[in-house]
Design a protein around this ligand. Structure first.
Ligand SMILES: Nc1ncnc2c1ncn2[C@@H]1O[C@H](COP(=O)(O)OP(=O)(O)OP(=O)(O)O)[C@@H](O)[C@H]1O
Length: 843
């Protein structure tokens, strides 16, 4: 029994132990599951936290991105809007008051929007607040009357300032203040409508609209801008009929150029009615929705008055004349000069361009007007207009300016601008003292006339057009010679005037058929004894107050205003006048731009023009200096080497040469007291001889003031002896090569040397020894037969009589850097030359 109980206890114990073990295992599993669950919860919580952080960061980034994009877009949009506003309201229509100035509308452009204030876009961006008016809308304003009047004042000034004078006709109905509200506009003379005048004003406007409608398609300008400033009393008196008229205008006015600016009267709604509501200096407009415009302050009354006075003045003067740019052709150089040259020089008051011809019927032109009347300006305009139309194959220009100035210098290359006008072949400036150059140009043109006449004869052609048809490959441009202040050339009864007059007669009478045209201008054209010549100029252009250009009974030049001209193609007879308004051609910068463009398009081989500047001293060209090419003793010597003395006053700038052959008298005397010029003549002669072949030089210097120049010459010559007062020699020694004795101040040679000098002068040339000497006075020259050539500096003509073929001596008025050169073996009369500058240290 006991063992049974023990066995049972043991079994129970066993079961209990098992049950405890199971419970412990279950507990352990539960513990582990809990731990796992807790772990998972922590993980989930961590993940959630991370997720939240990431989400927050993503949200921040997205927000930043949106913000940035918004900023970018807003800035871009504001920029676009500002750009749009700028083009919609250019110049006076949109500029803030502190920068405001009236502006010229673009030709053919539409009127823009008008600024009344600014729209703040965000803290940093503002845009102009613009409203439409001319060509687009009526304005209807509501708000405090004082502020509205300020807005209206600003709008009016902008509308008037951005259109041409006369384009806007202003009418003001102001029954309360009788026009005083817009008093600063008084100089423009607006039509003022008093109390009780509203009805007839509206009727008038409606009638005007009907008339414009009948002429459909016509330009609306001038616009009629009608400002209605009604107070309560006036509004109360508005009749139903007037209201109906007002509404009719609101509907139909804009299309017919009638614009209302209304405060204090009701106006029917219509797409062309822009409503502006003002509250506390803030305006809202129908066209801008909810955007608010902070109003600009009104413009100062003085500014309005000043502008209106200027506009009234411009209105009295009429529309502005054409500008130089308006004369430009659509395409350059497409015209042919076969039958003539036709180019505008300005416009008439109806703004049509006035063209002037140079052709077989009107071959030559005469321009006249007192000093300062605009002759040079007209020539600039005409030349510019011709040069833009006719290329260098069609037109060749020769320009000479005898007026005190350098007006044609602009057409030649200069130190600051390498461009030149491709049609210009020759231009002379500062020539008033060098009439010889005028003569040279006429001689050149005379040659051209002769060769054209010969060619025409060969081809059987009667004029240039026929010659060009017969010889299509030939180069036959029309030639235009312009001479400003031409009477200077014909002035005086001297050989130059006589020869020039003869050449001009020839050119004026025969040039027509050969395509050679003259344009002459002068302050005074009444030239005694030249009436026949003047009569050849059929085209007359008279500037204000010109005398003697038009016929005696044609008084048009006396009454035309400044910067106008009378163009007459019938030698100035009354009844053939055309009044032209001349553009201002004075802007050098603008001309340079045009010239550069023409210059860049010049044809291949187009040569630079020859510029003769009477104020410049030519330098001895390098080709006449021995440097770099010292001839050897064996080199052949020409039978008569030529000494270069100076530059000839001719179109080719050739050197004046003295041939020194083996004949009696081939010596040179330089005469006068101007040391530097005398030294230059001797140096140029010696250096040019040295450059031609082997020669021996003896320099005899008897004047201390010439020593420096003489010494420099010796240094530059390949071989030279030096003699001075301590050692004078005039011996005639035999030499294999030509020998040149360069004598400085030979009048200083003492009596003991006179015989030797005379012998040298008399016998030297045949033995190839030549004296090139400087005498300061003609009295000490000795035997004149031995002096075959001379160069006179500051020696009066009378003193040269013994050396001159005619006993009365040459007409010679000495002037600086000019010399009279006579070589009895080639000249009939002496010629004027310009001594070269050989060394630059005395100028
Ligand atoms: N059409 C014009 N528009 C504006 N200004 C002009 C016009 N014509 C001339 N002028 C100006 O008037 C002034 C005198 O003109 P210009 O030198 O052409 O006269 P001019 O008759 O040649 O004088 P002068 O006989 O003294 O040489 C210059 O300052 C020039 O710029």
């Amino acid at each position: 029994m006991g063992s049974h109980r023990n066995a049972l206890v043991a079994a129970v114990r066993q079961e209990l132990a098992e049950a405890r073990g199971t419970a412990r295992a279950v507990l352990a599993a539960a513990e582990s599951a809990r731990g796992e669950a807790q772990n998972r919860r922590r993980l989930v919580r961590d993940a959630y936290a991370t997720c939240l952080t990431q989400l927050a960061a993503a949200r921040e980034a997205a927000r930043d991105d949106i913000q940035r994009r918004y900023q970018d877009e807003a800035t871009k949009l504001a920029g676009h809007l500002r750009g749009l506003a700028t083009v919609s309201a250019t110049g006076a229509a949109g500029a803030p008051w502190r920068l405001w100035a009236p502006s010229e509308p673009e030709p053919g452009g539409r009127p823009g929007l008008l600024r009344i204030g600014a729209i703040s876009f965000d803290e940093t961006t503002t845009l102009p607040g613009l409203v439409p008016l001319l060509g687009a809308a009526h304005l209807h304003l509501t708000g405090p009357a004082r502020v509205l009047d300020e807005v209206i004042t600003g709008v009016l000034l902008r509308a008037l300032g951005s259109t041409r004078a006369g384009d806007v006709q202003l009418t003001v109905y102001d029954p309360e203040h009788l026009g005083e509200t817009l008093a600063p506009f008084a100089p423009l003379g607006p039509a003022l409508v008093g109390p009780g005048g509203l009805g007839s004003l509206l009727d008038d406007l409606v009638e005007h609209i009907c008339r414009v409608n009948e002429r459909a398609g016509s330009e609306p300008a001038p616009w009629r801008l009608v400002v209605l400033l009604a107070d309560q009393a006036a509004a109360a008196e508005l009749t139903a009929g007037q209201q109906a008229q007002l509404n009719r205008i609101a509907r139909t006015g804009v299309a017919c150029g009638v614009h209302l600016v209304v405060r204090g009267l009701p106006l029917e709604s219509h797409p062309t009615v822009e409503r502006i509501v003002v509250r506390d200096q803030i305006a809202t407009c129908g066209s801008l929705g909810r955007l608010e415009i902070r109003l600009d302050p009104p413009p100062a009354a003085e500014r309005i008055t000043a502008f209106c006075q200027g506009a009234a003045e411009r209105l009295r003067a009429g529309p502005p004349p054409a500008r130089i740019a308006d004369l430009e052709p659509a395409r350059q150089w497409i015209e042919s000069s076969r039958n003539g040259l036709l180019a505008p020089i300005g416009d008439s008051t109806d703004q049509t361009l006035v063209e002037v011809p140079l052709d077989d019927d009107t071959p030559h032109a005469l321009i006249g007007g007192p000093p300062g009347s605009g002759k040079t300006n007209l020539i600039y305009t005409w030349l510019g207009s011709l040069a833009a139309r006719y290329g260098p194959e069609e037109l060749a220009l020769y320009l000479l300016d005898f007026a005190a100035g350098v007006s044609f210098a602009r057409y030649a290359p200069g130190p600051r601008d390498p461009s030149w006008l491709p049609q210009v072949r020759l231009t002379g400036i500062n020539v008033s003292n060098d009439r010889e150059f005028g003569l040279a140009m006429l001689r050149h043109l005379g040659e051209e006339l002769r060769s054209r006449a010969q060619a025409a004869k060969r081809y059987g052609a009667g004029n240039l057009a026929e010659l060009r048809s017969a010889d299509p490959a030939g180069h036959w441009p029309r030639i235009v010679a312009v001479i400003d202040e031409f009477p200077v050339l014909l002035d005086g009864r001297d050989a130059i005037a006589d020869e020039a007059a003869g050449l001009l007669e020839d050119l004026a009478s025969r040039g027509r058929a050969q395509g050679i045209h003259l344009i002459f201008s002068a302050g005074e054209t009444a030239l005694p004894g030249r009436t026949e010549l003047i009569g050849r100029f059929k085209l007359r252009i008279a500037l204000p107050k010109a005398h003697g250009i038009l016929a005696g009974d044609n008084l048009a030049a006396a009454v035309i205003p400044r910067f106008h001209a009378v163009v007459n193609t019938m030698s100035g007879v009354a009844g053939a006048n055309r009044v032209v308004r001349l553009p201002d051609a004075g802007d050098r910068g603008a001309w340079r731009t045009v010239q550069r463009r023409l210059w860049r398009n010049r044809p291949l081989g187009c040569e630079e023009p020859r510029l003769f500047d009477g104020g410049a001293v030519p330098r001895l060209p390098a080709a006449y200096r021995p440097s770099g090419r010292v001839p050897s003793v064996d080199a052949p010597v020409g039978s008569s080497p030529g000494a270069v003395l100076g530059e000839r006053i001719d179109v080719a700038a050739q050197p004046a040469r003295l041939r020194l052959g083996r004949m009696p008298g081939r010596n040179l005397a330089v005469l006068g007291t101007r040391t530097d010029e005398a030294c230059d003549v001797l140096a140029a002669a010696a250096l040019s001889l040295a450059a031609q072949g082997p020669a021996h030089f003896s320099v005899v210097c008897l004047a201390p003031e010439a020593e420096r120049a003489a010494a420099r010459l010796v240094a530059e010559l390949p071989a030279a002896d030096w003699y001075d007062t301590t050692d004078v020699h005039f011996d005639l020694t035999h030499s294999d090569v030509p020998r040149y004795v360069l004598g400085y101040a030979l009048d200083e040679a003492g009596p003991e040397h006179q015989a030797a000098l005379r012998t040298l002068l008399a016998d030297g040339p045949e033995q190839r020894t030549h004296v090139l000497g400087w005498w300061r006075s003609t009295a000490r020259l000795g035997d004149l037969d031995t002096i075959g050539a001379w160069v006179a500096l500051d020696v009066p003509g009378a003193d040269l009589a013994p050396l001159h073929p005619q006993p009365e001596g040459p007409v010679w008025h000495p002037r600086r850097r000019r010399a009279l050169f006579f070589d009895r073996s080639v000249h009939r009369t002496p010629e004027v030359i310009i001594p070269y500058e050989v060394n630059s240290d005395h100028t």
